[in-house]
Design a protein around this ligand. Structure first.
Ligand code: HEC
Ligand code: HEC
Ligand code: HEC
Ligand code: HEC
Length: 382
């Protein structure tokens, strides 16, 4: 090995020491975590966050500026164009502006041709156009009928898509795993767990808590308070519930105490109002998955389907992307009248789901250790 000439070595050594010290220091220099008390003292209701990661998240979750407004008067799109089933009531100007915005939000690279046969814009032959029409109805439905969750913030295509055809965060039903030597029989007690997955923050919890809760209506409960049937049910249900909770906390970038009071995770009267919003969020995601995405099962090509042949679906992360309110609560939707109200469907358009029945009563009674409190009260209780 060639030795360094001494003068060079003696000059290099302090430099190396300096680099080492800087590396050490930068380890310590990470800004101290932010902590914020969000509930009663002594209940652990504190949010802890890392300012460095927060800054990166803030940058990644900025809403694009709205397109310049279009004239609301003039002829309606429905009278000018041939095959408009959802947006017919818009002025031609607002219709075109909506097409431009959709292009920016979903297919900024490909442009109009991602959904359209450019020889004939009225043609529905591309599946992407048929999907986009259903997406329009879904977005309108969320903004008009799920104010219990999305409030005045609302959603646009961008909330989920962020410039991608397929939103960055979607889920499919997990395929049952094969166990060597066990055929078929394992599925009854198959919990689909113990395989680190980002869906449950790499914990050993069941990694598909979405199929039971965001597609199905299984009970979201920790075991112990009620009689149950089946040997493994209470334990499995608890584990799946925790799986969903870990997803929810991660999707919003918050701790459990953003919604819960550690004194009692189940009761509503001690929970934060955000838990009520989350309760509606679970029902909303479920409905979107069943009535909108599920209804597109026959429309998507095989390359878009999951391992069990299902369509990609939404969970909390699809919209929230690590933030307590998508895009930090930027009110994008209000600038796009097309997305705010449910359009009267044209006779041959697929039926939109009915507005959800007020779930307040069922929420109150659904909680184990049932609160005597209504959701409206819960929403105003600190
Ligand atoms: C993400 C998919 C998507 C993109 C991208 C898109 N469109 Fe559309 N377009 C649709 C859908 C869906 C409809 C039907 C709307 C309805 O039924 O209310 C439509 C309908 C139209 C129509 C009416 C055609 C007719 O005669 O029925 C025109 C015109 C149009 N789009 C123009 C454009 C232009 C111009 C662009 C590019 C700036 C564009 N679109 C980009 C999905 C898209
Ligand atoms: C709540 C989240 C959400 C919103 C809001 C949303 N989408 Fe989607 N979109 C999805 C999911 C999930 C898929 C399924 C992904 C796939 O293609 O497998 C999808 C798929 C699509 C596709 C098919 C893309 C492809 O390449 O297969 C198009 C086109 C589309 N959406 C357009 C729109 C338009 C236009 C809007 C706004 C009017 C919109 N979406 C709003 C979640 C959303
Ligand atoms: C964004 C709000 C939110 C966050 C964050 C959250 N939860 Fe929940 N949690 C809820 C809601 C809403 C329910 C009730 C679900 C239902 O009934 O549909 C619930 C239910 C539960 C239950 C079942 C209670 C019962 O009735 O048996 C447990 C246990 C639980 N959460 C634990 C946790 C843990 C642990 C965390 C952190 C990893 C967490 N939660 C994070 C909102 C939240
Ligand atoms: C379709 C997009 C969408 C989906 C899916 C979604 N959310 Fe939200 N969520 C929103 C919007 C938009 C807001 C902002 C509402 C407002 O400003 O009042 C919000 C707000 C919230 C809040 C209130 C935050 C606060 O600080 O007040 C909670 C809690 C929440 N969501 C939980 C969830 C959970 C849990 C899920 C999954 C079960 C979920 N959301 C799924 C769009 C969504």
């Amino acid at each position: 090995m060639k030795r360094l000439p001494t003068p060079l070595l003696s000059r290099a050594l302090p430099l190396l020491a300096l680099v080492g010290a800087a590396a050490l220091l930068s380890g310590c220099e990470r800004p101290p975590p932010n902590t914020e008390q969000t509930g009663y003292r002594g209940t652990g209701m504190v949010q802890v966050s890392n300012p460095r990661l927060d800054a990166a998240k803030l940058e990644a979750n900025q809403a694009p500026a709205p397109l310049p407004p279009a004239a609301a008067d003039g002829p309606k799109a429905g009278t000018i164009y041939q095959n408009v089933k959802v947006l017919g009531d818009l002025s031609v100007g607002e219709f075109t502006r909506t097409m431009l915005a959709m292009t920016q939000w979903v297919a900024p690279q490909q442009g109009c041709g991602y959904c359209h046969n450019l020889q004939n814009l009225a043609d529905d032959s591309l599946y992407t156009k048929r999907v986009a029409r259903r997406m329009l109805q879904m977005t309108e439905h969320v903004n008009a009928d799920w104010k219990t969750h999305v409030g005045a913030t609302g959603v646009t295509c961008y909330t989920c898509h962020r410039g991608n055809h397929v939103p960055a965060y979607v889920w499919y039903t997990a395929a049952p795993r094969d166990y060597p030597g066990i055929t078929g029989g394992a599925s009854g007690e198959e919990a689909l767990q113990d395989k680190p997955s980002p869906s449950v923050d790499f914990s050993s919890l069941p990694y598909d808590p979405f199929t039971p809760y965001l597609l199905g209506h299984e009970s979201i409960r920790a075991a112990g308070l009620m009689a149950t049937t089946g040997r493994l049910q209470p334990m499995l249900q608890t584990e799946k519930t925790y799986g969903l909770m870990v997803h929810m906390a991660g999707a919003l970038g918050v701790n459990c105490t953003y919604c819960h009071n550690t004194r009692n995770f189940a009761t509503w009267e001690n929970s934060n109002p955000a838990r009520v919003t989350a309760w509606y969020g679970i029902r909303m995601a479920r409905e979107l998955n069943v009535d909108y995405l599920g209804s597109l099962a026959g429309t998507f090509p095989p390359k878009r389907l999951g391992p069990t042949g299902d369509v990609a679906k939404v969970n909390c992360l699809t919209c929230h992307q690590g933030v307590f309110k998508p895009l930090y609560g930027a009110q994008m939707a209000k600038d796009y009248p097309a997305l705010l109200t449910v359009s009267a469907p044209a006779p041959d358009a697929p039926a939109s789901a009915a507005a959800p029945a007020a779930p307040a009563a069922s929420a109150a009674t659904a909680s184990a250790g049932t609160p005597a409190l209504t959701l409206a009260q819960a929403a105003t209780t600190k």
